[in-house]
Design a protein around this ligand. Structure first.
Ligand code: SF4
Length: 335
């Protein structure tokens, strides 16, 4: 099953990934309605890289993370991990692949069985996958506790005896138990206090360096993403509207939606001169707006925006924005 490693090849490649959910209620005309949660999404992540995936709640970023891990089945598209077509694998092969692709959830408390001790929770994936014996698992447990900044004293405690930050450390240790190469961090620090957020972000950075990990870091918070991601993809209503290196996104963003998001996070948009703000709610993904999906909220929308879907425009090395008037840092905007 394993494909030969190629250093130049991205660890993860996602091509035209889509997911529609059929709704139980039909339209007035009796047609089955579809919710387009993820629509034609493509990106890649190099080995050892962190890609930040950002957007408002309900934009499809969490669904994208789950599709990549095949926790839910895509409607279309392809996911290649180390060159292996993830969507084409049978149950046994998928089980083996899952050892290399793990997820850290937002709610550490909900993700942990309250009746299991920290030690049992951390080695449970090893037991499920039949990895090692009791001696090697105990050795691995010590190593994992040490890696995430916990001690052997914590191993016998139950999840409710931990603070929020300690619980997230526990979840990270559990996610690392099978020695994965790739982690989806789904709002991994969103439920934590700001000071604890910083500790967990630093821990994730340290682990990445020490273990050579690759992250898809999903967050609604651009301020957090700025601290951890080397590249950033911005999602709106199921589509990626802008993608590029961190500096390009934070200093020279070319899409009005990205600029509006940056303006809502003063620390993230520090030093910028944009005037865009985003108002109102995200439209429904059941019947998304025609043309550019952002046109109902865009402060500079023009007639073409509601009729014609904007293709991605190259703004710099690895930097694209899907806007008819895309320009780095607000240059050449229609008046
Ligand atoms: Fe705004 Fe039009 Fe650009 Fe969409 S294509 S972001 S509506 S200017």
């Amino acid at each position: 099953m394993s494909a030969p490693a190629n250093a130049a090849e991205p660890l993860l490649r996602v091509d035209n990934l889509s997911k529609t959910f059929p709704l139980s209620r039909k339209s007035l005309l009796g047609e089955r309605r579809l919710l387009r949660a993820v629509d034609d999404v493509s990106f890649s992540i190099a080995r050892g890289e962190t890609l930040g995936l950002v957007g408002e709640s309900g934009c499809g970023k969490t669904t994208t993370g789950r599709l990549v891990l095949r926790l839910i089945e895509p409607t279309g598209g392809a996911v290649l991990f180390k060159g292996i077509d993830v969507l084409d694998r049978g149950p046994a092969e998928m089980r083996a692949l899952r050892r290399e692709m793990q997820i850290i959830f937002q709610d550490p408390f909900g993700a942990l069985n309250p009746r299991m001790t920290a030690g049992e929770l951390i080695i449970e994936p090893l037991v499920i996958h039949g990895v090692g014996d009791s001696v090697s698992r105990e050795r691995r447990l010590r190593r994992l506790l040490d890696l995430v900044g916990l001690t052997t004293h914590h191993a016998g405690r139950f999840p409710h005896e931990f603070s929020g930050g300690q619980r997230q450390r526990l979840c990270i240790a559990r996610a690392l138990s099978l020695e994965p190469a790739f982690l989806v961090c789904d709002e991994a620090v969103s439920a934590l206090d700001v000071s604890v957020q910083a500790q967990i972000l630093n821990l994730l950075q340290d682990l990445k360096r020490e273990l050579g990990l690759t992250y898809l870091f999903i967050s609604h918070d651009l301020g957090v993403v700025r601290h951890i991601a080397e590249r950033v993809a911005v999602m709106y209503l199921g589509q990626i509207v802008e993608m590029g290196p961190r500096l390009a996104i934070f200093e020279q963003s070319g899409h009005p939606y990205t600029q509006a998001l940056l303006n809502s996070v003063p620390s993230a948009g520090k030093g910028r001169r944009s005037f865009f703000t985003v108002k109102g709610d995200v439209p429904s993904a059941i019947d998304p707006p025609s043309g550019c999906r952002f046109h109902t909220r865009c402060p500079i929308a023009r007639p073409i925006c509601s009729t014609t879907t904007p293709p991605p425009v190259a703004l710099g090395p690895g930097h694209t924005a899907a806007c008819h008037f895309a320009a780095p840092g607000n240059a050449s905007r229609p008046q």
